[in-house]
Design a protein around this ligand. Structure first.
Ligand code: GRF
Length: 200
C-alpha cells in the first residue's frame, strides 16, 4: 500500500511536526509520509525542523491578503506536492473554507485541552493553560479533531485526559501536554492514513 502524502501546517516551535516526522522515519511500515511543511511565519521554529529533516517548506503569508489569493497559493502547493491529507500542528490561522471543503475528513488538528472546553479564537499556547488553571479544573487533556471552517469545532477523533496537580503551573502543564501530544498525534495520523489509504 502506498503511503499517504501529508502536509503539516504549523506556525510555531514545531515539536509536534518533529514527532510526526520521527514517527515516519523510525517506523518503516508507517502509513504516511510527510511530504511538505507549510507555515505562515518565516521565523517559526518549524522552518528549522523542516530544514533539519530535509523536508520542503513553503511560506504563505496570511496577513493583509485576500482570502482568494491565500486559497490559490495554498491549493497550488497542495496540488504540486500531491497532498492527500493535511495535519495542523499549531497552525494559528483559520483554514479557508475552500480548502476544508476539498479536504473534508482529510484535515485534522491537535488542541491542548479537552474540547469544547478552552477552545476557540485566541485559545492557543499559554492562554489555554492559563485558562485551565484559572478555572480550577482537576482534569484537562488533549483533543485531536477534524477541521471545519470554525476554530476548534470539527468532530472529535481522539482525546486523552491529563490530571491537573495541586502545584501545577503553566510551564508544567505545557510540558505534560506536549508529552501526550507527541505520543498520540503520530498514532492518530497513522490510523487515519491507514484507513484513508485503504479507500484510495
Ligand atoms: C500544540 O500544543 C498544539 O496542541 C497546538 O499548538 C501547539 C503547537 O506546538 N495546536 P508545537 O509548535 O508543535 O511545539
Amino acid at each position: 500500500m502506498s503511503k499517504v502524502r501529508v502536509a503539516i501546517m504549523a506556525s510555531g516551535e514545531g515539536s509536534n511536526a518533529r514527532a510526526l516526522i520521527l514517527h515516519e522515519r523510525t517506523k518503516p511500515e508507517c502509513s504516511f509520509t510527510i511530504a511538505c511543511i507549510i507555515t505562515n511565519k518565516r521565523d517559526a521554529g518549524v522552518v528549522q525542523v523542516a530544514e533539519h529533516f530535509g523536508i520542503p517548506c513553503f511560506m504563505i503569508p496570511f496577513v493583509k491578503r485576500d482570502e482568494k489569493d491565500i486559497v490559490s497559493e495554498l491549493s497550488g502547493i497542495l496540488k504540486m506536492q500531491n497532498i492527500e491529507f493535511i495535519c495542523l500542528a499549531g497552525f494559528l490561522k483559520k483554514i479557508p473554507g475552500a480548502i476544508t471543503e476539498v479536504f473534508k475528513q482529510k484535515i485534522i488538528n491537535i488542541h491542548p485541552s479537552l474540547l469544547p472546553a478552552f477552545g476557540g479564537h485566541g485559545m492557543f499556547g499559554r492562554n489555554v493553560f492559563d485558562a485551565v488553571l484559572k478555572a480550577g479544573v482537576r482534569v484537562t487533556g488533549v483533543t485531536v479533531h477534524r477541521v471545519s471552517e470554525e476554530y476548534d469545532e470539527g468532530a472529535g477523533i481522539f482525546r486523552e485526559e491529563i490530571s491537573v496537580d495541586d502545584d501545577e503551573t503553566v510551564e508544567s502543564l505545557s510540558r505534560k501536554t506536549k508529552e501526550v501530544e507527541h505520543r498520540i498525534y503520530p498514532e492518530v495520523l497513522e490510523a487515519e492514513c491507514a484507513r484513508f489509504g485503504q479507500k484510495s
